[in-house]
Design a binder for this molecule. Structure first.
Ligand SMILES: NC(=O)c1ccc[n+]([C@@H]2O[C@H](COP(=O)([O-])OP(=O)(O)OC[C@H]3O[C@@H](n4cnc5c(N)ncnc54)[C@H](O)[C@@H]3O)[C@@H](O)[C@H]2O)c1
Length: 311
């Protein structure tokens, strides 16, 4: 099946989930949200219905799939990198086991498309620059380990059971909605500090940077890969890249716009060690080949858009 009229978004109340829902709904697709009860839900009109529960509750998901029969699943529920490292067992349960169980249930209920959001963190620190897609994936944090597990299981189901598994690996996402707790999202936090007139300490050295994408391009990529005919997709997972900048370049750019912006650099080894091993560029030739992927936002445009949203 190459088109779908109904979709379930797990983690639908998150940073990416709400925007994906908004765009799918604007295309006339009926969208169901699944997310934790304790998250703040505003009962957005773009959701046909919001299901509350834990992604580990497979009985509940089974009932939802049986009852609603979504033709596509966008699986975005996840612990992010920081929380995964704090509780390894919980990260494995939520990110790996529950994702694998959900794919098996989706296969049993013949859900058409299954989209999975993977990450640059599936690579280790021994990468080369620019990074080819087929480079070996030996992640060095729990978040990356769980994402590789899902990539492998999804690909296995695709090869053996004709499962329509679609996967994008994102670099760092520049987003006005990045949670304060996400330490590696310091570029987004720096923009917020500049707008609010706060001091900011970059937790990395001034020359440190990595591959990055602006939120709008991330959302567009998810929508585009979900709409492309399945026969076009020759790769099991696609790397995406937008642009690269260093902490110094971002600080300078923000100071140019906000001359009073007061920033400095104080290395946090946890953040620096993570970022420094990641490449400046991920080659995205397969995405360009298979579905004509092109990022629209470069560094300048992303900062302008970020500041526009934050102001
Ligand atoms: N934002 C990024 O920089 C980035 C980069 C690469 C990949 N991703 C992936 O994209 C997806 C979405 O990311 P995001 O930025 O929207 O994150 P987010 O934290 O804003 O959203 C994740 C959602 O999952 C929900 N969730 C967490 N645990 C759950 C559980 N046990 N049961 C049900 N729901 C649960 C959360 O409540 C949240 O709404 C994730 O899979 C993430 O790993 C994000």
């Amino acid at each position: 099946m190459d088109t779908f009229q109904t979709a379930l978004i797990t983690g639908g109340n998150g940073n990416l989930g709400r925007l994906v829902a908004q765009q799918l709904s604007a295309k006339g697709i009926e969208v169901f949200c699944f997310d934790l009860p304790e998250t703040e839900h505003k009962n957005e009109s773009f959701f046909k219905h919001i299901f509350l529960g834990d992604i580990r509750d497979q009985d509940l998901l089974n009932r939802i799939l049986k009852d609603k029969r979504p033709q596509a699943i966008f699986h975005l529920a996840s612990l992010l990198s920081g929380s995964s490292e704090i509780d390894l067992e919980l990260a494995w349960q939520i990110n790996a086991t529950a994702s694998i169980d959900l794919m098996r249930t989706a296969k049993d209920f013949e859900v058409g498309l299954f989209f999975f959001a993977s990450t640059i963190a599936t690579y280790g620190s021994n990468t080369i620059n620019p990074l080819p897609e087929e480079f070996q994936q030996w992640p060095e944090n729990m978040y990356g380990v769980t994402k590789v597990a899902v990539e492998r299981f999804g690909t296995y189901l695709k090869q053996t059971h004709d499962f329509d598994f679609r996967c994008l690996r994102f670099p760092m996402v520049l987003s006005p909605f990045a949670p304060i707790s996400a330490k590696t999202a310091y570029p987004s936090h720096a923009c917020r500090a500049a707008v609010q007139g706060d001091q900011f300490k970059f937790p990395v050295s001034k020359d440190t940077g990595m591959s990055c994408m602006f939120l709008d391009d991330v959302i567009r990529s998810i929508i585009e890969i979900s709409l492309v005919p399945r026969a076009c997709l020759q790769s099991n997972a696609y790397n995406l890249h937008g642009f690269h900048f260093t902490a110094q370049q971002l600080g300078d750019k923000l100071k140019q716009i906000y001359p009073d912006f007061d920033y400095s650099f104080k290395v946090d080894p946890d953040v620096e060690d993570l970022i420094i091993g990641w490449p400046d560029e991920l080659l995205s030739s397969s995405a360009k080949r298979d579905w004509k992927w092109r990022p629209e936002f470069d560094f300048e445009m992303s900062i302008t858009a970020m500041l526009g949203t934050l102001t």
